[in-house]
Design a protein around this ligand. Structure first.
Ligand SMILES: [Zn+2]
Length: 184
């Protein structure tokens, strides 16, 4: 493996300590999104009425029975089995300050080329979301991945700062509630 793709041991350890598994990533994301929403669309407070549906990444309102999937409205959508990979990839790109090709990502995470491409997209989308949340504007949608990575790296001088800004940028769970009530 090329030296430039490697994360320092200390950084790798910190990520593993903060997020040992996908559940830890989900818990952190859901906590931020629930807090931002504050209330269900039926107006009860989410912190007392929302319960996790066992063995899923979903919550249900105890009053109106609305079911919401927080991840569905985030760059982590459809990444349920490997939320840690996406987060780790963002931290890796943040650290090396450049793009990795799908071939390199496939080698790192021992996955297929197509899966690697999706991982890469999710990581870039998440960085972009964090940048936009912090007030950074992009002239157009087709901004190059390298530019997103460089801007994200320039804005965060530590791993913890990068992780904080990624989670803080996640939308309010209210957006998921609205989506779901439309579909019902
Ligand atoms: Zn409700």
């Amino acid at each position: 493996m090329k030296q430039t793709m490697k994360l320092p041991i200390k950084t790798e350890k910190t990520i593993k300590q903060l997020f040992p598994d996908s559940e830890a990533v989900f818990a952190k994301a859901a906590a931020v999104m629930l807090l931002k929403a504050d209330r269900c669309i039926c107006d009860v407070p989410v912190n007392t009425y929302y319960t996790r549906i066992p063995h899923t990444y979903q919550y249900k309102c105890g009053r109106c029975r609305l079911v919401v999937s927080p991840l569905a409205i985030t760059p982590l959508s459809r990444a349920h089995k490997n939320l840690t990979d996406t987060l780790e990839l963002v931290c890796r790109l943040h650290f090396i300050k450049k793009e990795l090709s799908p071939v390199e990502i496939a080698a790192l995470y021992k996955c297929k080329y197509e899966t690697a491409k999706r991982k890469s997209n999710r990581a870039i989308q998440w960085m972009k979301l964090a940048l936009i949340h912090s007030g950074k504007t992009f002239p157009n949608e087709n901004i190059k991945d390298t530019k997103v990575i460089r801007a994200f790296s320039a804005q965060h001088n530590s791993l913890n700062a990068a992780v904080d800004s990624l989670f803080n940028a996640l939308p309010s769970l209210k957006d998921a509630m609205k989506n779901n009530s439309k579909n019902q």
